[in-house]
Every structure is written in C-alpha cells, then in structure tokens.
Design a binder for this molecule. Structure first.
Ligand code: NAD
Length: 292
C-alpha cells in the first residue's frame, strides 16, 4: 500500500479519500475547509496542515477541486514544489481541456508525470467506490494512475493523450444535457397529445427514441426505475453542475471550432433553470421549468 496525498475533500473527494484509506493506503489529506478535513480524519485519513505537507513523500497525488483555477493554483503553489520526482499526479476534477493540458505540460517540464482523470458518477458513486474514470495522459502515466483509480471506482478507461479525459467527460455530459432536454420535451408533448406517460415510456424505451435519460433516468415521477424525479428532484446530479459542464463544453467548442447548436440550446435552458434558483435540484427538474 502507498502513501497518497488527497487535496479537495468536498462532496466527491471526501468519499474518494475515504475509499483509498479503506483500501489500506496511507492517505494524507488537505482541504481549506476545517469541517471537510475533520470528516476525512474520521474516515481514516491523516489531516495535513497544508497541501505541501500532504504532498511531500507521497507516491500518488490526487486532486478533486471545483474548477481549473483551483487546480492550476494548487499545482503551482504546492504540487510542483513538494512532489517527489517519482510521484504520479492525478487530477480528478472536472476542468477545461486547455488547463488540463497546460498543467500536464508544466508537470512534464519539471520531470513529473500528470494525468487528467475526471469521473462519471455522483456523490453516491464516490462514496460507494463505483466511479468511472476517463483518463488523459501517456500510457506510462495511465499505468501508474490506474491502480489508485481502481481503488475508487468500477471502471478506469484510457481516453488518450493529456486533456482527453476532460474531453470525454464534457462531450459525454453535453450529450446527456441534450438527451435530457429532448426527453423532457417529448414527455410534455406526449402529455399535450393525451398520451399516457407510462405508455409513452414503454414504447420509447424499446424504440429509436431510447436513451439513458429516458430508460435509466426518466424525468417523470412514477415512470421507469426509481430516479430523483420520484423524490421531488432532490439528490442526483445538480442542475448547477450540468450547467458547469455545458459551459465547459461550449468553451471547448468555441476554441476548437466545433458546431454544437444543440449543446448551446441545452446550456441556455440550464442557465434559465439556475436563474430561477433551481440549480440545486437534479438536472431532470428541467421538465418542471418547461411545463411552466
Ligand atoms: P465541492 O465544492 O463539494 O468540493 C471541492 C472542495 O475543494 C471543497 O471542500 C473546497 O474547500 C476544496 N478546495 C477548494 N480550493 C482548495 C484549495 N486551494 N486547497 C484545498 N482544498 C480546496 O465539489 P465536489 O462536488 O466535490 O466536486 C469536485 C469536482 O468534481 C468538481 O470539479 C465537479 O465538477 C466534479 N464532479 C462533481 C460531481 C458531483 O456530483 N458533485 C460529479 C462528477 C464530477
């Protein structure tokens, strides 16, 4: 078992660090929040006084931070100065592709190996150790990061070179945002046309309109498997986080010259939902806004 530094012990990082400790790793944890740090300590991690203290002597350095600016500043202020030359740097945050690439290049210039490894799966999967990791980096970086990621998840996939993990994450979530918006619209049109929601679900889930948003995450209460819609849209994947991912996807589309009109439309819908103070609800709550 290894010494692991874990920086960023929030909703996601808290459970992930706890799972590494459960697997027997010596986890040195740091977060700016004293409460988050205390929870990590209770879950079997050792609380460090600052990020540099957590990082010194670690074989793997995992970060799970809100956005690219946080990742870049933790790397610049602490990781680059304190990481052992043999450490593998693993950023699991969802951040923009450009920052992910820049951080990996800066690491390489200092003789360090870094991978981007964003996750699919929410807080429940982080706590249960059933996340999916999509990894960007060299084959060597992937091979070194994989055992640590496997201790926190159910699937670890090498997406390609640096930034490819983030690219996979935002493309997947853009598709999810679009299919959820389309699924909500289809249920509302079916309702206006007098079609029973359960009947429409039974048909569309075995027809060409089928998608994960329809079959596994139905936005209509009482239809399909148990989803946040059955719990007044509490829990699940917050609309504010879907909006964050759609904004990242639209920024990447602009940078790369990709045409993504449906992604832009979905971002606009989630912006409206957030402006109405509903950003904390599950992203399938879009159906309530569209119903009006
Ligand atoms: P969070 O806000 O709950 O946690 C982030 C933590 O980072 C906080 O505890 C904060 O105090 C800490 N932090 C910020 N700056 C720091 C610094 N300089 N040094 C040390 N700690 C610092 O966020 P979260 O929900 O855990 O999400 C983390 C990342 O995972 C985000 O990039 C998010 O987009 C992504 N993500 C979240 C979910 C989800 O369902 N919550 C799902 C998939 C991906």
């Amino acid at each position: 078992m290894a010494r692991v530094a874990f920086i960023g012990l929030g909703n996601m990082g808290g459970g992930m660090a706890a799972n590494l400790a459960k697997k027997g790793h010596d986890v040195r944890a740091f977060d700016l929040s004293a409460d988050a740090l205390a929870r990590a300590e209770a879950a079997g991690c050792l609380a460090a006084n600052d990020a540099s203290a957590a990082i010194a002597g670690a074989e793997a350095i995992v970060t799970m931070l809100p956005a690219g600016t946080h990742v870049e500043s933790v790397y610049t202020d602490a990781v680059f100065g304190s990481a052992a030359p043999t450490a593998i740097l693993i950023d699991c945050s969802t951040i923009d592709v450009a920052t992910a690439k820049r951080v990996a290049e800066a690491a390489l210039a200092k003789g360090l190996t870094a991978v981007d490894a964003p996750v699919s799966g929410g807080i429940g999967a982080a706590n249960a150790g059933t996340l999916t990791f999509m990894v960007g980096g060299s084959a060597e970086g992937f091979a070194r990061a994989e055992p640590f990621l496997a201790d926190m998840g159910k699937a670890v996939i090498h997406a390609g070179a640096s930034g490819a993990g983030q690219a996979a994450k935002i493309c997947n979530n853009m598709l999810l945002g679009v299919t959820m918006a389309g699924t909500c619209e289809a249920f509302l049109l079916a309702e206006k046309l007098g079609l029973d929601a359960q009947k429409f679900y039974d048909i569309a889930s075995v027809s060409s309109g089928q998608s994960w948003s329809m079959t596994s995450y139905c936005p209509v209460p009482g239809v399909g498997p148990d989803t946040p819609a059955d719990h007044d849209y509490q829990g699940g994947f917050a609309a504010a986080l879907m909006l964050k991912d759609l904004r990242l996807a639209m920024a990447a589309a602009e940078d790369s010259g990709a045409s993504t009109p449906m992604g832009a439309k979905a971002r606009g819908l989630y912006e409206r939902l957030a402006e109405q103070g509903q950003g904390g609800l599950d992203f399938s709550a879009l159906i309530r806004m569209l119903r009006g």
